[in-house]
Design a protein around this ligand. Structure first.
Ligand code: NAP
Ligand code: MG
Length: 505
């Protein structure tokens, strides 16, 4: 790395990490790719190269799957008593906290998010899920089941179930929360007793690489339990999803690639879990605490630059408060300081890549040409090499506009008023999307809040809040937002098989 690439003082570990040629991690060793190909990772605030990573391919995936298979089949992980495995998983949480500053800096440099946000949200949420899952390692239990078999009168049976690890899991993750998505995937798989091959996003592989380096240096995980192959989706992700010796694939990313994953998984009918896109509604009633609703709706769309699968990208505000709400959110949007993530005064960093910059700015232009009214932002600028898009509020939008139908994955909210307080109608509007990931409802009327929550077809409904996450809360989507749940004890279903055992007494 050319030192001039970094305009900011960084933690010593970050500087030395970025200076290395990154390798693949297979069977407990750092190895080169079989192709020797590399790809560059850029700083999205400048467009300059940050680091160079190994471009893994199907041969590397094959080696990583072999290592994970061997670690699983030999019992190298499941053979460790559950309480000891739990302690190891807990220690990974401690390791993350002990390296919090450098992980936050790497996340900011690689993804573009403000370093303070990475330090306050991404890093502690990541350590927390390891601690939460550490406790589950000793609590993955079956049941005893009384059975009454009609064709064996008089016979007595003892039937019970056990939950066993699904086996080798392939995990493919996106760039919006690189460390946290790695943590959401690795922690439950380890708790369930699985072994892992992880494929981070090509835009943001650094924090996962560093996390695995930290785990490797601590010596706490047996070789082959956790493997990492960096590379491009088509070259490394696709062979992982289709690999015949992978028992399960867990994917977070676009709905489009999620559909490809299901096809790739069909070869050996591996289990699939998918956490995909969204077009989540934020619904504000006139009786809501309007100041709180304005702040909440702004944060719902602008947090992480709108690069959240659950971003509140469709705003429905009652006509009595519509102008006040859109003006309030616009005022917040205008005041948000956009800049490099490593600048501590920055409140919104650049988008992750030029591809996302082109995509999001394209949506802004399509919104304008389809008759949407820009009441804040609408500006974007890549003249410095960084991918900066200003927080944008569109009023006068409707359900037929591309902007309202498709996932933008940027800081762009589409506002629409509603006049009627008929909950059926409001729910129909909120549900008028192929997605079903999340929603928020803002009202002081608890009856309205709960009734609407029950009518919304989404995996998460927040009432008088948005973007509230906890390791114990399941998260995932209805409809085209995915299959299965991340986090909570629900996620363990993704990583376990149920076996029924019957004894003839
Ligand atoms: P994506 O293509 O779905 O990428 C997610 C992950 O899948 C990455 O690791 C990617 O590798 C990998 N991948 C790509 N093609 C694959 C294939 N054929 N087989 C297996 N793995 C494959 O997402 P993106 O291109 O980065 O972003 C596009 C859009 O996806 C965004 O604009 C946004 O709408 C949505 N998105 C959603 C989420 C979410 O949390 N739900 C997160 C990120 C993006 P590469 O990195 O090499 O592509
Ligand atoms: Mg892609």
């Amino acid at each position: 790395m050319d030192a001039s690439v970094l305009n900011y003082t960084v933690n010593d570990n970050v500087a030395s990490f970025l200076n290395k040629n990154q390798k693949l991690y297979i069977g407990g060793k750092w190895v080169d790719t079989s192709s020797s190909k590399t790809f560059d990772v850029e700083d999205p605030a400048t467009g300059k190269k940050l680091s160079s990573c190994a471009a893994g391919n199907s041969n590397d995936i094959d080696l990583a799957v072999k290592a994970a298979r061997e670690a699983f089949d030999s019992g190298r992980w499941t053979g460790i008593p559950a309480n000891e495995r739990g302690k190891i998983i807990w220690k990974i949480g401690d390791l993350i906290d002990n390296h919090a500053e450098e992980l936050a800096q790497l996340e900011s440099l690689d993804n573009g998010k403000p370093v303070a946000v990475a330090g306050a949200a991404d890093v502690p949420l990541s350590s927390d899920i390891f601690r939460y899952m550490a406790g589950w390692a000793t609590k993955i239990e079956g049941e005893t089941i009384p059975i009454s078999v009609p064709y064996t009168p008089g016979a007595q049976y003892h039937s019970y179930t056990v939950k066993e690890p699904v086996g080798v899991v392939g995990q493919i993750i996106p760039w919006n929360f690189p460390l946290l998505m790695a943590a959401w995937k690795i922690a439950p798989a380890l708790a369930a007793g699985c072994t892992i091959v992880l494929k981070p996003a090509e835009q943001t592989p650094l924090s996962a690489l560093r996390l695995i380096e930290i785990i490797h240096d601590s010596g706490i995980l047996p070789d082959g339990v956790l493997n990492l192959v960096t590379g491009l989706g088509e070259d490394a992700g696709a062979p992982l999803a289709s690999h015949p010796h992978v028992d399960k694939v867990a994917f977070t990313g676009s709905t489009e690639v999620g559909k490809l994953i299901t096809k790739a998984a069909a070869g050996n009918l591996k289990k699939v879990s998918l956490e995909l896109g969204g077009k989540s509604p934020t619904i504000i009633f006139p009786d809501a605490d309007i100041d709180a609703a304005i702040a909440g709706a702004a944060s719902a769309i602008f947090f992480n630059h709108g690069q959240c699968c659950c971003a509140g990208s469709r705003l429905f505000a009652h006509e009595k408060v519509f102008d006040k709400v859109t003006e309030g959110i616009s005022k917040i949007a205008d005041q948000i300081k956009v800049g490099p993530g490593m600048d501590t005064s920055t409140e919104m960093g650049p988008l992750v890549s030029d591809e996302q910059f082109q995509k999001v700015s394209g949506y802004i232009e399509s919104g304008k040409s389809e008759g949407g009214e820009v009441v804040a932002g609408g500006k974007y600028d890549n003249s410095s090499g960084g991918h900066f898009v200003h927080p944008t509020v569109f009023a006068k939008t409707n359900a037929d506009m591309t902007l309202v139908k498709e996932e933008i994955f940027g800081p762009v909210v589409c506002a629409q008023p509603f006049s009627d307080e008929n909950l059926e109608k409001i729910a129909n509007e909120a549900n008028n999307t192929t997605f079903g990931l999340a929603a928020s409802v803002w009202t002081k009327n608890i009856s309205v809040a709960h009734k609407l929550a029950s009518k919304i077809r989404a995996g998460t409904v927040w009432i008088n809040c948005h973007n509230i996450f906890d390791a114990s809360l399941p998260f995932g989507g209805f409809k085209e937002s995915g299959w299965g749940r991340e986090m909570g004890h629900e996620v363990l279903k993704n990583y376990t098989e149920v076996k029924a055992v019957t004894v003839n007494l």
